[in-house]
Design a protein around this ligand. Sequence first.
Ligand SMILES: Cc1ncc(COP(=O)(O)O)c(C=O)c1O
Length: 480
Amino acid sequence: MATLSKIATNDRHGENTPYFDGWKAYDRNPFHPTQNPKGVIQMGLAENQLCFDLVKEWIAKNPHASICTPEGIDEFKEIANFQDYHGLPEFRQAMAKFMSRARGGRVTFDPDRIVMAGGATGANELITFCIADPGDVFLVPSPFYPAFVRDLGWRTGVKIFPVDCYSSNNFQITRAALEEAYEKAREANINVKGLIITNPSNPLGTTLDRDTLKTLVSFIDEKNIHLVVDEIYAATVFNSPKFISIAEIIKEMDCINRDNVHLIYSLSKDMGFPGLRVGIVYSYNDAVVNCGRKMSSFGLVSSQTQYLLASMLSDDEFIENFLAESSKRLAKRYHTFTKGLEQVGINCLKSNAGLFFWMNLRHLLKEQTAEGETVLWRMIINDVKLNVSPGSSFHCTEPGWFRVCFANMDDETVQVALKRIRDFVCRGQESSSEPPKKKRWQQNLRLSFSSRIYEESVMSPLMMSPHSPIPQSPLVRART
Ligand SMILES: Cc1ncc(COP(=O)(O)O)c(C=O)c1O
């Protein structure tokens, strides 16, 4: 008898991708400015750590908001006993108001449509359970968030059908690309249940314009399929154009069937609270709200967290200041990084949101293939000691793109990271003036790749995971 179930043993948890491999290299040798200055810098984590000083200040000023302080302890019993899956009414109200603010106040949300989940991770799975059956597919424009494979598919049995997008038009989602993917799935007898998009995009850091959003809505309306919009990065927009929520679009397109439109939200990015596991499904469909609420029993937000956030999120002055300051700091960080890279000839896709940018290293690839990208990625991890994520883990159609997270470190670490990249590129340029020898980085690429292949029997990043049985591999053990 097999010990584990079919779900437990299928590989749709997605941990066998480079996206997770890089974390392992970091875990084994994390950078510290004084204790481990040659360690790996973590640039693969989309965390927003730029405004914790503001949160700390608010917590100190508002001891009554916690049930574990002398000022709040009288509420402890009632809150610790609370287990209603509707959630605390004041939490839902504060969430609805915050969601509106995070979208520039141009739309409002009904607190009665707010369904809780364990982060956007839980919210994405919950909506999938509600609207799709095993074997159905969701169209997902590429490049896309790697963990969608796990969130949408591991336990539900639903699959992702990529909509290929290309750098020639800055990875925009076109009607033609949607139609092509839809027809391909239909020809293969696959039931397309919906389209899932992330706006602002992870990994591109771009926002969708009004025309594209309207195209998407018309597309799903004509095909009578669902549209799920993951707006987890809504308030990370730090530059124009401003963010346009799907809520704004359906307000303008009043003749479409709103029953097929659902929004996913979370406080993991905009507030920088991934550990609090606050995820939201906001559906315009009553049946989905009703079923989703029952299903949320599997992933409620703890009442202690709801209580704290009800207070914090309804403090208008704090939230106003926090969102403005956060976007200012993100803009500054983005500018520092991308300008620093430009100086050594590295370009990034122009973006205006998110906690990362999409870096173009095609000119450094020895071969314009996925393997060529992997070779370069291994060098960046093992020799430059930066954990950036390769485009292949985002199912990017073109090799040479890398996602670089920039909001999970302090200013000093940014300078160290930039210096490492500059040194790496300059080493290559210096040796290029020594014909007929190859550029040093090219030599390194070839040498490091071939010798490591020889040393290690497991090479493809697609075969490795942070929990694979080869944690000692020098491939992932970045050396000091
Ligand atoms: C697009 C997208 N959706 C969902 C998630 C998961 O977020 P959470 O921490 O709220 O589960 C992430 C996290 O990186 C993300 O980028």
